[in-house]
Write a protein that binds this ligand. Structure first.
Ligand code: FBP
Length: 243
């Protein structure tokens, strides 16, 4: 395995490209709609890994860079309480060549128990097959008044530790102090921060500096890189901050 996500000794920069399922082609232009273009970009810009759903991995991934398979997912078309179910097994991910698997848990959702149960089984299977597990910890649903609140994000990070995730991926709570607290709550579970919607580049770079100064293990970023007019350039800047 090129990158051992289980015992991360260094900071990592992951390229997220599962938005085609989560949001649909609305996120894409005529260039970044092509998974081949994104894989090429990830390799050129020296990302530590790429996050894909299994369909894209099957048809496009060719060992260009370490693979993280997202095991569950949902479209944005269905309304109501969020539930993201497993659409790929750990075994399939392993056979595809994954170094790690990812799984989203919408804590606070009415369907939280479904995802917690599924995640528990995935943890066990991934352990047996030697794959690291990254948990996308997203508080969401009608019980969650403010998913962006620092308290709720720290809670999400802690749940990742309690459940045995190697890394959690959380949203930026908005300040260095609040992220540092969430990282403390995650203990020995490493914290990756999601990029989120495209921001003006200066703003995003300043945010990444704050993220790293709070002690994050890195970033799993998509739109802020591949929606940029200069994706390689921005990736290089991120690389320098994150190293
Ligand atoms: P971005 O950096 O493009 O936000 O990607 C991070 C990510 O977690 C993706 O893995 C996922 O597709 C998306 O954000 C989910 O966003 P949301 O559910 O918040 O719309």
């Amino acid at each position: 395995m090129k990158n051992n996500f289980k015992n991360l000794q260094k900071n990592i920069l992951l390229l997220a490209y599962d938005q085609g399922l989560e949001h649909g082609p609305i996120d894409f232009n005529s260039q970044n709609i092509d998974p081949g273009y994104i894989l090429n970009l990830g390799q050129k810009a020296n990302f530590d890994g790429i996050i894909l759903q299994k369909g894209v991995a099957e048809k496009y991934w060719n060992n260009q860079l370490p693979l993280i398979i997202k095991l569950n997912g949902k479209t944005k078309l269905r309304q109501g309480e969020p539930l993201s179910v497993q659409v790929c097994s750990v075994k399939e991910a392993k056979e595809l060549g994954a170094a790690a698997v990812g799984y989203t848990i919408y804590i606070g959702s009415e369907f939280e128990p479904v995802m917690l149960k599924e995640f528990g089984r995935i943890e066990q299977e991934a352990e047996e097959l030697g794959l690291a597990v990254i948990a996308w910890m997203y508080p969401r649903g009608k019980s969650i008044k403010n998913p962006a609140s620092p308290e709720i994000i720290a809670y999400a990070a802690r749940v990742g530790l309690e459940l045995g995730a190697d890394c959690v991926k959380i949203n930026y709570p908005g300040s260095v102090k609040d992220l540092a607290w969430a990282i403390k709550a995650a203990g020995r579970t490493k914290v990756l921060v999601a990029g989120g919607e495209k921001l003006p580049e200066k703003e995003f770079i300043a945010q990444v500096k704050d993220i790293m100064s709070a002690g994050a293990a890195g970033l799993a970023v998509g739109r802020n890189v591949w929606q940029s007019e200069n994706p390689i350039e921005i990736a290089q800047i991120l690389r320098e901050i994150i190293n």
